[in-house]
Design a protein around this ligand. Structure first.
Ligand SMILES: Cc1ncc(COP(=O)(O)O)c(C=O)c1O
Length: 436
């Protein structure tokens, strides 16, 4: 560590609690596109994108221009005090773009967790039911309800109880480690059908307000359900009058090669949450869904001081333009094919790589000590992330066992930067494999 980095680190340790974790040990001076520059001037290729927040790239010029323009007009009035058009413009845009051929409305908030909280509030109010069913390996945020809905105990929940009531958890569609010991497609997607059985021993359907699921479980390890999973889940929800909330905080805005990842499964959820890349780097989240559900809570029941900040709304409108009008969404599809080919090659080359999965450029490889037993290679994953950082690549792990490497690079990454990143990943995998 250089003296500049050490100085920053010492001040951080003195003034900021340890609970805020760091995937890399470095301090950043600036970031553009898919490259970050640290305080010593070292360039880092970014495969993490601020945890999936900068799909349009760090400091995209159109996002910067929108932020500057709005900041010079007004920064904050509070939507509850004096309304402004960027909020309504963004709501209208999301209503038009979200899946589903029905009337929609959008509520804006600040973070992913806050969007999830609001989606649950809306579902509960509209159904007059208390229970929510979440999935194993789910991540829905760090607030009390978000943390309760989240599956992984350490580090997210350990010591932070008691948790919110009326949250129930059923197995997820983790095909690589099927909780039912079955194989797709002969399983008939039993994990979705299981919801009916779940009602028998866990919670009654007429007490259940919502089922909440990520299209691709993000922090859980980019777990990607089979093609018929969501249609089955939705049919059961519909039968029992349960609201299906799809949490797209991580997977939307082109991350999975579509504006909304759930489009890959061909269904339109009742409510969909977005955040992360929506604001192009500014804190912003949304709940978009069926107008009759969204409009059900009474006046004053929803909102917040900073919710739908006008600068963040303008940034989000720029993000949508970049993705749709400027063709970045099309680039995401192309990028997805390139990353998939690179990961498949690593799968063939290294025993350590047990599985490659995901959609579009939202891809991951799961590392295992042996392919037969699928023993999670958590230590090797940590080593790999560290080694890549030393070589100039920022990589992010995930997974309930901490043994999954995910790709969340800005979609504006150039082919050269992508190549360089994968060369680093390949050489680091070689070293980690050789050291076993
Ligand atoms: C699917 C999902 N939901 C909710 C959240 C929470 O978002 P935030 O950290 O903005 O509260 C995350 C964050 O990673 C997420 O991936």
């Amino acid at each position: 560590m250089t003296s500049r980095q050490a100085e920053c680190q010492a001040r951080r340790d003195r003034h900021v609690p340890q609970g805020t974790f760091h995937a890399t040990p470095g301090f950043i001076r600036e970031a553009h596109g898919a490259v970050m520059v640290d305080v010593d001037g070292r360039e880092l290729i970014d495969f993490a994108g601020g945890i999936g927040v900068v799909n349009v790239g760090h400091s995209h010029p159109k996002v910067v221009a929108a932020i500057k323009d709005q900041a010079e007009k007004y920064i904050h009035t509070c939507f509850h005090i004096a309304m402004y058009e960027p909020y309504v413009d963004l709501a209208a845009r999301l209503n038009e773009l979200a899946p589903g051929d029905f009337d929609k409305m959008t509520l804006l908030a600040n973070s992913g967790a806050e969007a999830v909280e609001n989606a649950v509030k809306i579902a509960r109010h509209a159904t007059r039911r208390p229970a929510v069913i979440a999935l194993e390996n789910a991540f829905h945020g760090r607030t009390l309800l978000g943390m309760t809905l989240t599956s992984k105990v350490k580090p997210y929940k350990h010591g932070f109880g008691p948790f919110a009531p009326e949250v129930y958890r059923m197995p997820s569609a983790y095909c690589y480690r099927c909780p039912f010991g079955l194989k797709y497609p002969s399983c008939g997607t039993a994990c979705a059908d299981y919801l009916e059985e779940f009602f028998v021993g866990n919670v009654a359907p007429d007490q259940t307000a919502a089922v909440i699921a990520e299209p691709i479980q993000g922090e859980g390890g980019f777990i990607t359900p089979p093609p018929d999973y969501f249609a089955k889940l939705q049919a059961i929800c519909k039968k029992h009058g349960i609201v299906l909330i799809v949490d797209e905080v991580q997977s939307a805005m082109g991350r999975a090669g579509k504006l909304f990842a759930i489009e890959h499964w061909g269904i339109a959820p009742d409510l969909v949450t977005t955040a992360k890349s929506l604001g192009g780097g500014l804190p912003l989240s949304a709940v978009t869904g069926r107008a009759e559900l969204m409009n059900e809570p009474h006046v004053g029941g929803l909102g917040g001081t900073f919710s739908g900040n006008p600068i963040a709304c303008r940034a989000a409108l720029a993000v949508l333009d970049i993705l749709l009008a400027d063709g970045l969404l099309a680039r995401a599809v192309e990028l997805g094919d390139k990353i998939r080919a690179r990961l498949d090659a690593l799968h063939r080359k290294y025993e350590l790589v047990g599985d490659v999965r995901g959609k579009g450029p939202m891809l991951a490889m799961e590392l295992v000590r042996d392919r037969e037993k699928k023993t999670p290679a958590a230590e090797e994953t940590k080593k790999l992330v560290k080694l890549c950082y030393a070589k100039g690549l920022v990589l992010l792990s995930c997974g309930s066992f901490g043994n999954v490497i995910r790709t969340l690079m800005p979609l504006v990454i150039t082919d050269e930067q992508l190549d360089r990143g994968f060369q680093i990943l390949d050489s680091a995998l070689q070293e980690v494999s050789a050291a076993r």
